[in-house]
Design a protein around this ligand. Structure first.
Ligand SMILES: [Zn+2]
Length: 425
């Protein structure tokens, strides 16, 4: 009782006089803080980088101050003494944590699945969307063994096929919808209703080896499920039995076409290299075009022609999986670098993996931004200059002068692999 009275008196003196001499009692830290004029107010300061945050139109040298799991402040010259931990980002690019809208991270349960953390959060991607690796029968495993335990924040698009992508590997090309009986809207709806916190849409893969002759019937079933739960469909296009305009005609505002620059039959270009009028029309009514690079779905030539005619990607995603993680995709940053050489600015490229990706699906958290109060997801990159050869999925090469290389990732205020990362305790 008496002790606390003494302490409170000391405190009141301390606040009145900055010249108070320090004493090594319990209250010394507060007294020291008063003498210095500041107690660390932030848990982390990302210091001195060039911040690119398209959600606020920012591209400038700024510090990012974080309190707990939230962005507290974005300003120039925030003193290092105001933070418990400082991440030196001088000479580097600082962005909101990237969102990769198309990955396959159902590790060990599907041939395409890769472990999320070494390939996503370790590479600047704080949020990844598993695009249809699981269906109604296999989603519980994705949730229990991957989503619940990964450091990467993972959401899912549920495959309309109950078996998800279990059958499909390099040595077994036959996909999940060759037997249309696997497409089950009722089970998809049931699974989504139980898992709305992590399932953000429906995924369907169309193509001769995936959905055979009945691609439109399969898409109709996906449409039925998506409309019932009021979520978008992501459609994998290319190499279909049905012409692409018929597929696009079934898509609505908010639906996503992935593999938009794929070099294959029934891609977005006609035989003369012109963008199909149906693709422009789909874009006008709010269908969203996503890159989904993948192992067979991104050709420089298609991208160059389509972009020259005005069909730009809404989002840039990697479609990272087992058969492309050691090339030609490697990671999302490499895919973004390919769009730098295609003529987009750094700001435009970052926008497509942050702001635009955050808008493409209804994420429960406000992601893809460094606005004050937002979830403190931050990615730090080196922007290397030199001559870099990049390869697409038809083995065409292009040389670029810039390459984004991941340097550090902060998720919800903790540096991944760093001293405040809860998974390291
Ligand atoms: Zn994919």
């Amino acid at each position: 009782m008496r002790q606390s009275k003494i302490k409170s008196e000391t405190r009141s003196i301390a606040t009145k006089s900055k010249s108070l001499r320090l004493s090594l009692t319990e209250g010394s830290r507060e007294l020291l803080a008063v003498q210095k004029g500041s107690e660390p107010r932030y848990s982390l300061l990302v210091k001195g980088g060039r911040v690119i945050d398209p959600s606020q139109g920012i591209s400038d040298e700024l510090d990012v101050a974080i309190s707990g799991s939230r962005v507290a402040r974005l300003a120039k010259n925030i003193p290092e003494s105001s933070a418990e931990l400082v991440l030196d980002a001088r000479g580097k690019i600082v962005t909101p944590g990237l969102i990769d809208l198309h990955v396959h991270v159902y590790d060990s349960a599907t041939p395409l699945g890769i472990p999320p953390d070494p390939n996503c959060i370790a590479k600047g991607v704080t949020t990844a969307v598993d695009a249809g690796t699981s269906g109604a029968h296999t989603f519980p495993g994705l949730r229990r063994f991957i989503i619940n335990v990964a450091s990467t924040r993972i959401y899912a698009l549920l495959n309309i096929s109950t078996i998800g992508m279990t059958p499909n590997s390099f040595d077994n090309q036959w996909g999940e919808l060759l037997d249309l009986r696997h497409a089950n809207p009722r089970l998809a709806i049931q699974t989504i209703e139980k898992n709305r916190d992590v399932i953000l849409g429906i995924k369907i893969r169309l193509g001769k080896n995936l959905s055979g002759e009945h691609d439109l019937q399969a898409l109709k079933l996906a449409r039925e499920a998506a409309d019932a739960v009021q979520l978008p469909i992501m459609v994998h296009i290319g190499g279909t039995t049905s012409p692409l305009p018929k597929i696009l005609a079934m898509l609505k505002k908010g639906d996503i076409v992935t593999h938009c620059y794929r070099a294959s039959s029934e891609g977005i270009l006609n035989e003369k290299g012109r963008v199909l009028p149906a693709a422009f029309k789909a874009g006008e009514r709010g269908v969203h075009f996503d890159v989904g690079h993948g192992q067979g779905s991104f050709a420089f030539e298609v991208a160059e022609k389509a972009m020259a005619q005005g069909l730009l990607p809404g989002t840039i995603s990697s479609d990272l999986h087992h058969y492309n993680v050691y090339g030609p995709v490697f990671d999302l940053a490499t895919t973004l670098s390919k769009f730098l050489l295609l003529g987009m600015t750094l700001e435009q490229v970052i926008e497509r993996a942050t702001t635009n990706a955050a808008r493409a699906l209804t994420f429960p958290l406000g992601l893809g931004t460094l606005k004050e109060g937002a979830e403190a997801d931050v990615a730090v990159f080196e922007l290397r200059e030199g001559n870099f050869d990049f390869v697409d999925t038809v083995k065409q090469k292009r040389r670029g002068q810039l390459k984004l290389v991941p340097a550090a990732t902060v998720k919800s205020g903790a540096i991944y692999g760093g001293p405040t990362d809860p998974s390291q305790w």
